[in-house]
Write a protein that binds this ligand. Structure first.
Ligand code: GLU
Length: 318
């Protein structure tokens, strides 16, 4: 069993990320598996090295550890996506050989003009209607004179089904989400491609992550299949919401681990709070992450959205 946590170092780690990290770590440690940390800085415009360092410090402060990672190395190095671009290029070459890629010249304006199609995946915006998949050679030539293309992956038109360890059985309609970008016009590799290549190369057997990525999973499963790679098992845990209905991550800046630390919170207090709101414990009591390992099971994790009340929040920040 190999599990992982894969943060994007584009902002301070907040309690939502910390919770995902804690649950993924507990899943792996309770199964006696190998846990790895991977920095997902493939989006170099948003990622910052100092935030990657901060994330590592925050995770260690929480009481989590890993067997392989950017700071300690391991058999499947490197564990930082910006150092793995050649692997993504190799995967693109495989997809290209199989005829699964095409150049896309659609502008941002053209894409946003696409009405939200019924098969769109909620978190991924409207489904791409396949405009450039059907271009005639002369149309393609004409468009390529004015614009650098992005590369799109041509999905196949089968329904995608999988069993999620937390969210339950999932079924996505044929063509759900449409063909998606695997390499942007500016050369940046997409998250979808990088995460599949890396989870496969790093031998990850179990992916536990936030439910905001549930909609990405059918895309990733299509990539696994096209690349002849074995997909991991998935567990998507519900996100934390404030009483305003907004994701806690997005709004409540004071809930970064750095801010909580600065205000004097202990790791036991934060872990105890996260365990309680996740359904692992009955009440909010300080606890060390390692003390939760023996009792953990993914089936204990609440599968409904977690509404964090002001009263609950006050038990974290007071
Ligand atoms: N890097 C992604 C994020 O921070 C997580 C990717 C994943 O777990 O698949 O949201």
């Amino acid at each position: 069993m190999r599990g992982r946590f894969a943060p994007t170092p584009s902002g301070l780690m907040h309690i939502g990320n910390a919770r995902t990290a804690l649950l993924a770590w507990l899943q792996t440690r309770s199964a006696g598996g190998t846990f790895l940390l991977r920095m997902e800085d493939v989006d170099t415009t948003r990622s910052r090295p100092e935030l990657a360092e901060q994330a590592i410090a925050d995770l260690r402060w929480l009481g989590l550890d890993w067997d392989e990672g950017p700071d300690i190395g391991g058999d499947r190095s490197p564990y930082t996506q910006s150092e793995r671009i050649d692997r993504y290029e190799t995967a693109l070459a495989v997809l290209e050989r199989k005829g699964r890629l095409y150049d896309c010249y659609c502008s941002r304006a053209e894409l946003t003009a696409v009405a939200s199609a019924p098969h769109g995946l909620g978190s991924e915006g409207p489904a791409y209607p396949g405009t450039c998949r059907a271009l005639m050679p002369e149309q393609r030539a004409a468009r390529s004179r004015n614009k650098q293309p992005s590369l799109r992956f041509a999905i196949d038109s089968q329904a995608v089904r999988f069993d999620d360890a937390v969210a339950g059985p999932q079924a996505f309609l044929p063509g759900a989400g449409g063909d998606f970008v695997v390499k942007r016009a500016d050369g940046m590799m997409s998250y979808q491609l990088a995460v599949v290549v890396d989870d496969a190369a790093m031998g990850v057997t179990d992916v536990l992550r936030g439910a905001d990525l549930l909609d990405s999973t059918p895309r990733q499963l299509q990539l696994y299949e096209a690349l002849d790679l074995h997909p991991p098992r998935f567990a998507h845990v519900p996100l934390l919401y404030g009483t305003d209905g907004k994701r806690l991550a997005k709004r409540h800046g004071a809930l970064s681990l750095a801010a909580l630390r600065a205000s004097g919170a202990t790791p036991e207090k934060v872990v105890g709070w996260l365990a309680a709101v996740s359904g692992l414990t009955d009440s909010i009591e300080p606890v060390r992450a390692s003390e939760l390992v023996g009792h953990f099971s993914v089936s204990l994790v609440r599968s409904d959205d977690v509404q964090v009340t002001d009263d609950m929040l006050s038990q974290l920040v007071d």
